[in-house]
Design a protein around this ligand. Structure first.
Ligand code: PLP
Length: 291
């Protein structure tokens, strides 16, 4: 693994590249650099981003930095300095071995003693056979209403926080039920997102995803797909979806930065059609991003 620690800079600090580089320190393989009193590991109090890298190209960097900023605002953490993170991403990616795909992870925690902690890591990623084979998902009740963001902002819906224990427990529940992944449903009956992904379905030729206002994380991969569909003149919209909508869809995918588009093969054991051609086209478009 490749790891660098960052001295946290205010978002509006403008310094030259050499001084900026001095705020980013190699941290070996990352072992032994974090205090046990850091509120990241101690409470899951922090935020992160995972960026997909194809070859040596990190994808949708600005969208990830914008979302890191949004998460920082929601958690009352200092807004990140984009120039510093861009440089850190470039340095981490430059050290990657020559592989097809990798992942870069940006982390900011509340730290200790009032000082936030920040680091970046980069690791090669495995192949993703599910892009072709599809995934089996189960519907799991998230126990929260679709207006949670407005009603209970302290639950931090819409932020990418380090508190993923619940998301990982949901994945384990899916595995116990013989499935691969999860589609969360709100307590008022709307399909939300996966524990690490955005859901997109195709209904009557239109690509549909739930609106970010429904208490989900706005996906950077979904945003990139929307840009591609816009370019191709293909219809796409944000709309609340029910489980029945998904079961009746022409196709469905779970989208995320590293795995990209994984077609849904079945929901709670009921088969869903997979469109291999369209899936390949979507993944080609997502892999060829140059922004
Ligand atoms: N929703 C949740 C809860 C996630 O954790 C993620 C990514 O990990 C996504 C959606 C998809 O976001 P992105 O496409 O930016 O990876």
């Amino acid at each position: 693994p490749i790891v660098f620690l960052l001295d946290v800079l205010p978002a509006d600090t403008v310094i030259d590249d050499a001084d900026l580089a001095a705020t980013i320190t190699p941290a070996g393989d990352g072992s032994g650099v974090l205090s046990v009193f850091d509120l990241g590991p101690a409470r899951g109090d922090g935020i992160f981003e995972t960026i997909g890298v194809v070859g040596r190209h990190p994808q949708s960097v600005e969208a990830h930095l914008d979302r890191l900023t949004e998460s920082a605002v929601i958690l009352d953490l200092p807004a990140p300095n984009h120039a510093q993170w861009r440089l850190a991403i470039a340095r981490a990616v430059a050290e990657l071995p020559d592989v097809d795909q990798s992942a870069v992870r940006l982390v900011v925690t509340r730290g200790s003693g009032g000082r936030p902690t920040a680091w970046i890591s980069a690791t090669p990623a495995d192949g993703f056979p599910e892009r072709k084979n599809g995934i089996e998902v189960v519907l799991l009740d998230r126990g929260l209403p679709s207006d949670v963001q407005e009603r209970s902002p302290w639950l931090l819906a819409g932020a990418k926080t380090l508190s993923y224990a619940v998301n990982m427990a949901a994945l384990r529940e899916a595995h116990r039920r013989g499935a691969d992944d999860v589609l969360f449903v709100s307590s008022d009956g709307f399909v939300l997102e996966g524990p690490t992904s955005t859901v997109v379905v195709r209904i009557g030729g239109t690509f549909v995803t739930p609106p970010p206002s429904s208490g989900i994380l706005p996906g950077t991969t979904q945003l990139a797909l929307w840009a591609h569909l816009e370019e191709q003149g293909l219809p796409h919209e944000y709309r609340m979806l029910t489980p029945e909508d998904v079961l009746d869809a022409e196709a469905a995918w779970l989208l995320s930065s590293v795995r990209l588009a994984a077609p849904v093969r079945g929901v709670d054991g009921r088969p869903l059609p997979m469109d291999a051609g369209l899936t390949a086209q979507i993944n080609d478009a997502l892999r060829s991003r140059t922004d």
